[in-house]
Ligand binder design. Sequence first.
Ligand code: FAD
Ligand code: SF4
Length: 496
Amino acid sequence: MKQNDNDIHAADTRDSSWRAELRAAMPAKERTAIPRAAMPQLDPAYRITCNEEVNRGLDEEQAVAEATRCLDCPDPQCVTGCPVNIDIPGFIKNIQRGETLEAAAILKRTSALPAVCGRVCPQERQCESRCIYNKMKRPPVAIGYLERFAADTERRALADGAHPDIDKAAPNGLRVAVAGSGPCALSFAGDMARRGFEVDVFEALHEIGGVLKYGIPEFRLPNAVVDSELDNLRRLGVRFHTDIVIGKTLSYDDLIERGYSGLFVASGAGLPRFMGIPGENFIGVMSSNEYLTRINLMGAGSPDAATPVARGRRVAVIGGGNTAMDSVRTARRMGAERAMIVYRRSLAEMPARIEEVEHAKEEGVEFLTLCNPVEYLADENGRVCAMRVQRMELGQPDASGRRSPVPIPGAIDEIEVDEVIVSVGVSPNPLIPDSISGLEVTNRGTIAVDGNLRSSIPLIFAGGDIVRGGATVILAMGDGRRAAAAMAAQLLEQNK
Ligand code: FAD
Ligand code: SF4
């Protein structure tokens, strides 16, 4: 077993001679003068014609130069900015000395899906926001780019026949079930398998991966990257079962009867929210969940599909988060001539990753900020043809700390649209909580858990969006790991 705190300390090589030599090899002044690596990207005019991944990844020369920028701080604040406290300088310095597979191994001790996190984590608000370079008014070390570089290098090495890390404890004879197969479920499953448990993952949809597959589009996170992480889990012995809805196809009691010692619920927050304004039932108005799932998972973007999704020419996406950005950029790739983000606050308050906003702008997406739809209008066939938009201004900060949008009296515009995608948030799916009597939920509909992610039923643990109500990949993964540690300890104690 590699994944306990002692091993993480054992992996801290800051005092080793090679690290000291790297620090001595180039003065800090010279290192801080190296410009931050620029991510190679597909040309915007080309990328809106296809689904190819936009960011191409650093090459080795760029990665080593970027790793050289890292000052190997004695008290690295980047680590505290990472929700799972990855040994950031440890992995970066291994890239600098050419030991990229060792860098990947360090990442995997803390992050189950580094190739995914290197692509989608909001590093600019997490680890990179704490990098010491910010204090020097210089761009932070590109920690996310380097994480992706290390993980991709390892994936290519595995494809070329390198020996995979399937280090695991001897079987302990205990079986656990997992509901859902998103990042939270996958990190839990990997950790439990490494601890010697038999793990069965049950997914309601016909594909494994959760939002990584049905939400985040191929141009941002290729399916091949997720599939290779799934292969690693299969090698560890994790079994995946699709088209099984826990709470319907199999109940919690069924699982216990079949010999499972515990259930981990990681069923996400996939229930779309709407705004409750007139016209949301018109044809052509849909949630981003429906839009992205149909295109990413069911091939509805192809005109040959049995139920192809409509290709709007003037598409409005309501909201300012990552899901809104993924939807509007997908609409552009689906041929929208006018693809618009309609957001009630200003760009400064937008929750989406800065990189996604920039990419959307490069791809010709219009940003109608300080605008809030109040009504949709339809043609004689009941198909949406326009929206009425209330202009807003910023008022005092609200509970979220962001300046709240306040309507400007009488400032209402009408904008022609033929497709509207509503992306204003999601709620936890109530199916599992409703199907298990005695399972406590909060007033937001999330499963109530203690500090170890144990629910009100001692054999059920839960994590990710079903507990947090919508967060990030890395937080979901961190939950999976914490829950695995706590559930394993509990089950091993009970079955001594
Ligand atoms: P999910 O990934 O939602 O997985 C839950 C799984 O459970 C699903 O596959 C679902 O089908 C399955 N399920 C549900 N009910 C049942 C049942 N009863 N039985 C069996 N299976 C069931 N985060 C970032 O960090 N960076 C980003 O750039 C980013 N972009 C995003 C873009 C989009 C479009 C979306 C929707 C989210 C994005 N997020 C992003 C958020 C992030 O993806 C989620 O926080 C994360 O996926 C939550 O993980 P999870 O494992 O809890 O749930
Ligand atoms: Fe390197 Fe920045 Fe972390 Fe310091 S804070 S160790 S410079 S990545």
